[in-house]
Ligand binder design. Sequence first.
Ligand code: GLN
Length: 313
Amino acid sequence: GALPGWDRVEELVVEAHRRHSADDSGAVADYIPLLGAADPSLFGLAVVDASGGVHDAGDALHEFSIQSISKMFVYALAIQAHGHARVRDIVGVNNTGLAFNSVMALELNGGHPMNPMVNAGAIATTALMTGADADEKWERIRDGLSAFAGRELPFDDEVYHSEMKTNERNRALGRLLSSYGRLTGDSDEIVDVYTRQCALNVTAHDLAVMGATLADGGVNPVTGERVVSADVCRDTLAVVAASGLYERSGEWLFEIGLPAKSGVSGGIVAVSPGKGAAGAFSPRLDSAGNSVRAQLAIGHLSRSLGLNLFASA
Ligand code: GLN
């Protein structure tokens, strides 16, 4: 089945936004200095259905850096380039049960990154991008994510520089991957590209379009462009379901029943295969680094639209 008619979805999106706009629990991330300056009252919600119908509420057109949400789309591009088996051998698909920037998760697993939705695995995934050098990899990431969004995504230079000043930990993960022979190329250059991909700007509306492209078997339902294959969408969404909200992924799947990916700037995208996607943004995070209001609003929509993948009725 599809989503209900446009008017009904519009009503539910507006309601999900209104219901949760007063929640002020959680805290804005500040380990990347510039993120700490975000206005915590911002709250945007958007839904795009698999046939391209669009719904925006609140600050749905406010731009923020995509951060970790880039991981799922770069992973999709890597599978598109190299295929299921090769990528599966290089980056695992199990949840780490540890924080997104954990070094332990990599060490405990003999240097084999456990999944592409946390930093170690994401850095290894970025290294898989095709291109002769770091600049070409970056270009392909930017073009690929822009194709998912259906517009040229702007690069936030300030966020990039702010993170580059404070990303010793990601550089350490890059070096560790290299030491285990799990990264080809210069690890600092790969971490630089990874940091750039995290500094691409999106809106909640963009996230919904990007997610809807995965819901629609890899065709952007707004532009009509094929970005990846349907097999790539299936693989990506399975990994996102297992690890998209870090160590909270199981709780999320249990309560809400949709693959979803978060980022520390406050964005979340959730995908309902075949139906559409929701994008949400609000800067206050829970202790795992997932936006509180975005989880509440998307949870609300999953229930009101009957999207839980595990529900038989
Ligand atoms: N750029 C951030 C980092 O690497 C992304 C983390 C996130 O969004 N959870 O630390």
